[in-house]
Every structure is written in C-alpha cells, then in structure tokens.
Design a protein around this ligand. Structure first.
Ligand code: SF4
Length: 366
C-alpha cells in the first residue's frame, strides 16, 4: 500500500494510509498556539473570532478580538450596541458586512434563543452571516458536537493527503472534503480535530511550500515525497477585479473635515468616509462640484494616490486636500474635528492613508 501511494502518478486520488487523527491530535496538543479564544472557547467567543478571521490574518485579528470581547462580553451586548460604536470596534478590519451580520445574528439569538447560541449545526447555519464553515467551527469547537469545519487550510491539507486533483473551489470538492473530515474525525474530540487540521494548514502544510519534513502526517500522506505536495491544491483562478478610479477630497474648514455617511446598500454600507466620487475627476470638475455643494474652495493640494482592494473591485484613489470657507455641512455630511475622527467616526481601512492625513497635526498639508 505504501509503495502504491508513493509511486502513483499525478492525477490519481489516493486515500491516506491510515487514520490521521492519532498523529494529528498528538502533534496539535504539543504545538498548538495559545490564542485568547482557544483558552476560553465559549460558542460566542468562537463565533466572533471565526467571523473576524474570515478575511483577516490571525496576528491582525487578535487585538481586535480582545477589544471587541471586552467591550461586548455577551451576545446581548452585541445585539444592543449602537451602530457607530460597533463600527468603531471594527474600524480597519474591513469587510463590514461581517460586522452587520454579526449584529443581525445577535438580535436573532436574543429573540429566538434567549441570548445563547443554539447547540445545533442546522440552527447555526440559519443565522445571518453564518455559513457551513462557521457553523461547523462553532458546533465542534464551541459545543463539542461532531461537525466538519472546512476552510481553505483544510481543503489544502486534504487535497494533498488524498493527492486529489479536483478544483477545491467547487461545491462538490468542498462537500467531498467535509465527508472525508467526518470519516476521520473522532466524535469525542471533534473541536480539537478541526482545530488541529486548521493549525496544520497554518503552520506546516503551507500554501506553496509545505514543511513536509516536520509534518506529523508524512507517513500517511499520499503526496509526501512527490512534487504534488507543493503543487496541490488545484484551484481555478479568480475572475479579474474591476478597477475603479475614485476622487477623494479632504475638505477642511475651521469646523473640521467633511465626512459623509455612505448609503445603506452596497460597498461599505452605512460607514463614514471623506467626500468622494466613485469616478476619476479633473481638478476643475472637482472644485466645481464643491461649489455646487455650497463650499467655497480657498486652496488645494494634490493628495497622494492610494489603492484599496475589495473582493470584486479595486479602488484607485487620488484627489485634493482643499481648504474651504466656513459653511454649514451639506445634507448627509458632518464637520468632524481630528479628535472626533479618532474617537467617534469609524473610517474604513480603505481610507487609511487619508485618515492619517486628517489626523496629521504636523502642518504638512496647507
Ligand atoms: S506531508 Fe506535506 S503535503 Fe502531506 S500533509 Fe504533511 S505537509 Fe502536507
């Protein structure tokens, strides 16, 4: 059996040479990273951490997690949290629909389940923003229920363990992977097993360069010792993102900077931002638009360009820092002093460069 796997040609699909749980769990208990949500894995903690980790690296997410749980220690606190405070806690994490869904789900949990997350995979999946993976993570890690939690790490590890050539981005491959996880998962250690798989993918079976020599599963893995270990998994390339020019104006008067709230739907819905137009405008056109809004430009200086990549679109931003005369804030806008921008108004990470300029008291601008 061993020889067959080692010598099998690329394109074959070979199961590992035995159950993976014993070696994997032994490795996990020795090498697991200490993480705040691991040390106190309540269903609420697992839920919040998993939502934060969906599009954010572990090192970046941990300080956010700690701040969030300190400010909102229970589901009820999250359900009741004012929108602007929640946005401030999430400021810079991006993908704000995650935050909005967290609060929507918290309200459902309070109304329907008395403030405690339901101990059921199927009920968890019905909550806003909770998909197959997150439901499986909460069920297995938070409640100790047998359930698969298949994320990108697990898909990669399993495609290598099985030397599987299928495109891991397809629903069929994900379903098959979940079935394989369940066939290997010890019911009494479901949460640890799922975490161990993710940890192996994060620390050893890395994208592109797996550290097979250090892997606890090397004796079982069908790709070990073959070029497939580094080549797999197969993944269809993403569709290209659209590039959109965006004109930003940091309009500064004696009353502060002009901030506007985005509309209720679409990208960065409901969040604060500097004045902007999602189109590339020449300076004359931009200044004319300021005048139409009742603002009188006194001087202007070009802003440094910045870009931000969202899932489906990339913003290429440029624009002007404009001194304007005192005027009432146009409808839907506020004048915000730098201290208020620091403490009250959450600006998405897309505006990191421009937020820093608004908070810069050095006088570099105007
Ligand atoms: S032996 Fe290599 S490819 Fe196989 S699971 Fe371990 S790290 Fe991944």
């Amino acid at each position: 059996m061993k020889q067959e796997n080692r010598e099998s040609a690329p394109g074959q699909n070979c199961p590992p040479r035995g159950p993976i749980a014993p070696a994997l769990l032994e490795w996990f208990y020795r090498h697991r990273r200490s993480l705040p949500f691991r040390e106190d894995p309540t269903p609420y903690h697992i839920w919040v951490s998993e939502i934060m980790l969906q599009q954010t690296r572990m090192t970046a997410a941990v300080p956010y997690y700690l701040r969030f749980i300190q400010a909102l220690p229970t589901v009820e606190d999250l359900a009741r949290c004012p929108e602007d405070q929640l946005a401030k806690l999430w400021e810079g994490l991006g993908y704000y629909s995650r935050m909005r869904n967290l609060q929507k789900a918290a309200r459902v949990i309070c109304e329907k389940y008395g403030g405690a997350l339901p101990a059921s995979l199927e009920e968890l999946k019905k909550l806003p923003g909770v998909g197959e993976y997150t439901a499986g993570a909460i069920a297995s890690i938070g409640f100790g229920l047998p359930a698969p939690a298949v994320d990108g790490n697990v898909l990669r590890v399993f495609s290598r363990l099985w030397r599987d050539e299928r495109d891991i981005s397809t629903p069929a491959a994900k379903k098959e992977c979940a079935a394989r996880v369940m066939a290997q998962q010890p019911p009494e250690a479901a949460g640890d097993f799922n975490q161990a798989l993710m940890e192996l993918g994060a620390l050893v079976c890395l994208p592109g360069t797996p550290d097979c020599a250090a892997c606890p599963l090397k004796e079982l893995c069908s790709s070990y010792g073959t070029p497939d270990a580094a080549r797999l998994p197969v993944k269809a390339p993403r569709a290209e993102r659209k590039v959109r020019p965006v004109t930003v104006v940091l309009a500064r008067s004696e009353q502060g900077f002009l901030l506007g709230r985005r509309g209720r739907g679409g990208l960065l819905a409901g969040l604060w931002q500097p004045l902007l137009w999602e189109e590339g405008l020449e300076k004359e056109e931009t200044l004319a638009r300021l005048k139409q809004m009742g603002l009188e430009p006194e001087s202007s200086e070009a802003l440094p360009p910045a870009r931000h990549v969202f899932t489906h679109v990339e913003w290429r931003m440029s624009g002007w820092y404009c001194r304007v005369g005192q005027a009432p804030a146009p409808e839907g806008f506020v004048w915000a002093e730098p201290d208020q921008i620091r403490e009250e108004y959450a600006l998405p990470g897309a505006f990191k460069v421009y937020r820093a300029l608004m908070l810069d008291e050095s006088g570099n601008f105007l």
